[in-house]
Design a protein around this ligand. Structure first.
Ligand SMILES: [Zn+2]
Length: 286
């Protein structure tokens, strides 16, 4: 039996996301936002699709509806798909890829000078203010390096504004990653976007509440990769920092995105050790 869906049925949330994404892409906007919940809107949108296909409009994603969708590129999974990917150990940590070290990122994205204001003047304790490059050649490191990279890949995701604010040296890798996610038909898994470039220390690693003197990014390993514009966060609600990321098949799970991200050179925060686990987070590591 393939994964059939219906209002009030025993639905796999990730399959509801897949179906909602499919309807949205076909222009059946009545489906509303991708929320993994097969409610009245999704039922109505399913009826519209069924009428378009000359199927009985019962609002249920049954075998006939799935087959009609499959012929239009919808992915119909094998029965055991989610059972084979259950639990906190899936996916396994990749071989030969780890969270990047400070030397690597300062070489690839270049060293910058930064300060911190008094905590009262920061929007969060970790906030830094980036100044020029460490070699003194660039007065404004951010303007010289951070770009708005437009992409339609996440246009269905809450919080996405049509572009990624990233380091220019991360653009090619991100393009490849998005290409992979699109070709593997995984984009229904991305339901919210929480940004990329964000000048700050790692969460909880702010060195003090007073105004901090100027430092160089190469001097500390405590800066977030977001400060270099080489990381982005998705599906935060279901993958909070220090919590076990949503299991495969559950609403907001990113686990199916990880293997292809690793292949494109991105490390997953869900593979960080101990209480640093950060399932919303993907960072360029190669
Ligand atoms: Zn992050």
């Amino acid at each position: 039996m393939p994964f059939t869906l219906s209002r009030g049925g025993n639905n796999i949330p990730a399959e509801v996301q897949r179906w909602q994404y499919f309807l949205l892409r076909r222009g059946v906007s009545q489906v509303g936002r991708i929320d993994a919940d097969f409610g009245a809107k999704t039922e109505e949108a399913t009826r519209i699709f069924q009428l378009q296909q000359q199927l009985a409009p019962n609002g249920k994603v049954n075998a006939a509806t799935l087959e009609a969708a499959r012929q239009q590129g919808y992915t119909v999974l094998a029965d055991g798909y989610y059972a084979e990917r259950a639990g906190a150990g899936w996916p396994a940590r990749p071989d030969g890829l780890g969270s990047p070290g400070s030397d690597w990122r300062n070489t690839r994205f270049s060293c910058f000078r930064f300060v911190q204001k008094q905590n009262a003047y920061r929007d969060r304790p970790e906030r830094i203010v980036i100044r020029g490059s460490c070699d003194g050649r660039i007065a404004d490191w951010t303007t010289a390096n951070i770009i708005d990279f437009p992409s339609s890949a996440f246009s269905h995701a809450d919080g996405y504004r049509g572009y990624f604010r990233i380091h220019r040296n991360a653009k090619e890798a991100l393009e490849e990653l998005l290409h992979q996610w699109r070709s593997l038909d995984l984009l229904h898994l991305v339901i919210s976007f929480a940004g990329a470039f964000d000048p700050r220390y790692i969460y909880g690693e702010n060195p003090g509440n007073g105004a901090q003197p100027e430092r160089r990014s190469a001097e500390t390993g405590k800066l977030s990769n977001h400060a270099f514009g080489s990381a982005f966060d998705i599906n935060t609600t279901w993958n909070w920092i220090s919590e076990v990321p949503a299991f495969c098949g559950r609403k907001g799970s990113v686990r199916e995105l990880v293997a292809s991200a690793n292949a494109a050179g991105f490390y997953w925060g869900g593979h960080f050790g101990g209480n640093r686990i950060d399932g919303m987070h993907f960072e360029l590591a190669r």
